[in-house]
Ligand binder design. Structure first.
Ligand SMILES: C[S@@+](CC[C@H](N)C(=O)[O-])C[C@H]1O[C@@H](n2cnc3c(N)ncnc32)[C@H](O)[C@@H]1O
Length: 272
């Protein structure tokens, strides 16, 4: 490993994967078995994983999985890799569910891998959820994740654009969304991990605000009186999203800081 082209932490993650897969050994074997040599098939796979990473492929796609909040999710090229900052949305929803202290109906718009909906379902058995996406690939991965986590009874998956995915008139206690919010011209779209993720999960192909505008402008129709909406957005979009929520006549509108100190989530409530 010492002459590997990757940073040490990434090489350790990939080698742990090889040890688990080929030898059923835990991560601690990196130290306890550091004199061990790899078999030919294990060595070939190690070299292939390293070259994929050297070409820039995200580690989560190489391993096919990613930890998020309290669960582990299958991820692949058809779906956004869940980010740690999105756990803030999960925490806000879980706080609300705890306060309501009853059966709670939650809508997750643009579910991707199912990250938000499935971590809420896993932590709050009293919640039932609808998770939507317009990508059939994403929904297939989300359903597969729900099956692996044994949460298919609690989460229903619907295909379609934002609220149009709903098959019957419905109102929810909580609506959560992490929609695409990167502006089409943003150079980050052609850098790092983002180059490998689905473009339609990252950008609205416009200013970055158009999906947030649609979701917030129509939210009163889909929230119960007093119900909560919380959305994730870019670090420089907080003022604009606060404005959209006020324009939609929501009350108790608040910006929430992520762990890095940026306002990355905004929430509001429908009037009683
Ligand atoms: C930023 S990703 C978020 C994925 C997941 N919720 C997460 O936090 O990891 C945005 C998701 O919205 C979906 N999406 C994009 N446009 C949509 C639309 N018009 N209606 C529903 N979902 C849409 C994308 O397919 C993608 O899965």
């Amino acid at each position: 490993m010492s002459n590997c082209e990757l940073p040490a932490n990434e090489a350790r993650i990939l080698l742990t994967h090889i040890l688990e897969k080929h030898y059923q050994l835990p991560r601690s074997a990196l130290l306890s078995r550091d004199d061990m040599s790899l078999s030919e098939p294990a060595f070939q796979e190690w070299e292939s994983l390293v070259s994929r990473r050297v070409l820039g492929e995200p580690i989560a796609y190489i391993l096919g999985k990613k930890g998020f909040h309290n669960i582990e999710l299958e991820v692949g090229p058809g779906v956004l890799i869940p980010r740690p900052e999105t756990e803030l949305l999960v925490e806000i929803a879980l706080d609300e569910i705890t306060k309501l202290n009853k059966h709670t109906r939650v809508l997750d718009l643009g579910t991707g891998s199912g990250a938000i909906a499935l971590s809420i379902a896993s932590a709050a058995p009293q919640a039932s959820l609808i998770a939507t996406d317009q990508s059939t690939k994403a929904l297939a991965i989300a359903k597969q994740n729900a099956q692996c986590l044994n949460l298919l009874d609690q989460v229903q998956f619907l295909l379609g654009s934002w609220y149009a995915a709903l098959t019957e008139p419905s109102q929810f206690d909580v609506i959560i969304s992490n929609p695409p919010y990167i502006a089409h011209q943003d150079p980050h779209l052609t850098q790092g991990d983002l180059r490998f993720e689905p473009v339609s999960a990252l950008t609205d192909y416009g200013s970055g605000l158009s999906c947030l505008e649609i979701i917030i402008a129509q939210v009163n129709q889909y929230l119960k009186p007093g119900g909560l909406i919380a959305v994730e957005h870019g670090f420089d979009q907080s003022e604009a999203v606060l404005g959209l929520m006020k324009l939609a006549d929501l009350i108790d509108v608040q910006a929430h800081l992520d762990l890095a100190g940026y306002y990355r989530v905004t929430s509001g409530r429908k009037r009683l």
